[in-house]
Design a protein around this ligand. Structure first.
Ligand SMILES: NC(=O)c1ccc[n+]([C@@H]2O[C@H](COP(=O)([O-])OP(=O)(O)OC[C@H]3O[C@@H](n4cnc5c(N)ncnc54)[C@H](O)[C@@H]3O)[C@@H](O)[C@H]2O)c1
Length: 321
């Protein structure tokens, strides 16, 4: 798809981060956008930013509260967008919504594990199920599923178990790659891409905590204190003399740094994603760090989960977290 002008796009998780920037850049290209998120306030801000330079005549930006892990929510979102966007088809589907957390079978609850998995994997799968019929009606269409470097490398660093997110992101990658053939045979006018970002400066760390805990509090839960201590210990830091308040401060600081000190902004990432779609790339790596880790994992797969591998990669990629 060379041009987004006059098309209809669905963006999940449009409230902040890469989803917000995708919405903004699509609108700037003249594309109608229907976004969903669990946060109405965040989407209102995205909509305000999309409209800040004035919308071209007839262009629509609509917001819809929906949890992508719940099929009935996605179906309601679809019905609302058909009515509010006055269309019977869509051309672009960005299955972008995602959260982290729930990474350990030991220090996290089953509920936390499944929340991450069901949003990151279920949201993509159900998104495709829900919106594919509308894409079949378009003359050309493109599905863009956001995985991660954790779709081919199941680690987020030393001392940090990452099982739910990695399982989900590997699933997104495998599903999307297999979809290439399914679409080629059964719906050749529909293309798909898997997006694998490295570290992008967004609020995902802070948002994930809040969604996992079901509140906006900056207080860490007892489980989070345990997990943060474990992570710091894994990094070689002695936490024995650190109080729970110290641990909380470290965790909040990490969320801030994740946003502020990333090698790439969400806006730059969205541009890479949209350029990749226009260039018809099925495999969209985002950021130099993503390219580097892809190359390293292929070169020495047996080393991929050793401390030396992580330290050497983090140094080369400039990961300071
Ligand atoms: N930031 C990174 O470094 C990075 C790296 C690799 C992959 N990713 C992936 O990129 C995607 C976008 O993440 P981001 O970094 O922009 O994060 P973000 O937290 O800034 O944005 C994600 C948005 O999704 C929304 N959301 C969360 N759960 C939802 C649900 N159940 N239903 C609907 N909306 C929901 C959030 O409210 C938020 O607005 C995610 O899939 C994430 O896993 C991010």
């Amino acid at each position: 798809m060379k041009d987004f002008a006059g098309k209809f796009a669905v963006v999940t998780g449009g409230g902040t981060g890469m989803g917000r920037e995708l919405a903004r850049q699509l609108v700037a290209d003249g594309c109608n956008v229907a976004m969903c998120d669990i946060s109405l306030e965040a989407m209102a801000e995205t909509k305000r930013q999309c409209e800040s330079d004035g919308l071209p005549q007839g262009l629509r930006v609509t917001t819809h509260v929906a949890d992508v892990s719940i099929e009935a929510h996605l179906q309601r979102f679809r019905d609302e967008l058909l009515e509010q966007q006055a269309t019977d088809k869509i051309h672009l589907l960005f299955n972008n919504a995602g959260i982290g957390g729930g990474g350990s079978l030991f220090t996290h609850t089953r509920e936390q594990w499944e929340r991450t998995f069901n949003i990151c994997w279920g949201g993509v799968y159900l998104g495709v199920r829900t919106f594919l019929p509308l894409m079949l009606k378009a003359d050309e269409a493109h599905i863009v599923n956001t995985s991660s470097v954790n779709g081919f490398w199941a680690s987020v660093g030393l001392g940090a178990p990452h099982t739910a997110y990695s399982a989900a992101k590997f699933a997104v990658k495998g599903f999307t790659e297999a979809l290439i053939t399914d679409l080629r045979i059964n719906a050749p006018h529909v293309k798909c891409s898997v997006v694998m970002p490295g570290h992008i400066g967004t609020s995902i760390v802070a948002n994930s905590r809040k969604i996992q805990n079901g509140n906006d509090s900056d207080e860490l839960t007892p489980n989070e204190i345990v997990a943060t201590r474990q992570r710091l210990t894994g990094m070689g830091i002695d936490t024995a003399k650190m109080s729970d308040d110290d641990i909380t401060k470290v965790a909040l600081d990490r969320a801030r740094k994740f946003h502020d000190e990333a090698p790439m902004t969400a806006a730059a990432a969205a541009k890479v994603i949209l350029d990749g779609v226009k260039a018809d790339q099925w495999r969209i790596l985002v950021g130099d760090d993503a390219h580097k880790i892809d190359e390293r994992v292929r070169r020495t797969p047996e080393e991929a989960y050793t401390p030396e591998f992580f330290r050497s990669f983090a140094e080369e990629a400039g990961w300071r977290l």
